[in-house]
Design a protein around this ligand. Structure first.
Ligand code: DX5
Ligand code: ZN
Length: 213
């Protein structure tokens, strides 16, 4: 299981310290939540702060867009050369076109599904995706409770990707901790995002390792 700590739960007054700490602790990716105050009722950070994170991060960036104008934000963040950019299918009229655009910029494309969105919604996109992110909370805030229906949903997505594109990773984001990591592993999840569990833990390195099962 790969682990992408979400910097949303970091101490923004000590962002460099916190990003260096999770990278030194052996995380696999640095997860960045971009919120525009329209698609979700919260706002976070833009390219100025994300470029400061990119300068000190020694692990690849995984940018999760929670925005209305996906193409605008893809173009804004592409120069920072993240490993992944993921966008919500609920907010995109032409997801296949945007997948092609992200790939043409040298970035791995990923699609995010809100808790209500069925895994079949990406069935005909899976061949062209590097990752599908299943939300296990409603997007917008850290520290929410894990929604259990993501477990059967991930199991179904696992069947689809094994058939169509075994190289496409399954990621789960929201409420992830040592309490649900085994259940996620059992249904084929490859990467978890963890915000409050990692950053509020007394030993962040230990928290990351407890998820890398
Ligand atoms: C929620 C974000 C998550 C969030 C997860 O909209 O996408 O990445 O930071 O935080 P926790 O792990 O605290 O649920
Ligand atoms: Zn996220």
């Amino acid at each position: 299981m790969q682990v992408a700590p979400s910097v949303l739960s970091a101490d923004f007054g000590n962002l460099q310290r916190d990003v260096e700490e999770i990278c030194n602790a052996g995380c696999d990716f640095v997860h960045i939540d971009v919120m525009d105050g329209h698609f979700v009722p919260n706002m976070t950070i833009g390219p100025v702060v994300v470029s400061a994170i990119a300068k000190v991060a020694t692990k690849p960036l995984d940018i999760h867009l929670m925005v209305e104008s996906n193409t605008f934000f893809v173009e804004l963040f592409a120069p920072l050369k993240p490993e992944y950019i993921s966008f919500h299918i609920e907010e995109e009229k032409h997801p296949h076109r945007l997948i092609q655009k992200i790939r043409s910029l040298g970035i791995k494309p990923a699609i995010v599904l809100n808790p209500h969105t069925p895994p079949e919604s990406v069935e005909y996109l899976l061949a062209d995706l590097d990752m599908v992110l299943l939300m296990s909370v409603n997007p917008g805030f850290g520290g929410q409770s894990f929604i259990n229906s993501v477990i059967p949903k991930a199991a179904r997505l696992n069947e689809l990707r094994n058939k169509i594109n075994p190289n496409c990773l399954i990621q789960v984001d929201g409420g992830v901790s040592d309490k649900n990591i085994q259940a996620l592993k059992d249904v084929g999840v490859d990467v978890v995002v963890a915000g409050s569990y990692v950053f509020k833990h007394k030993d962040r390195a230990e928290a990351i390792k407890s998820l890398q099962i």
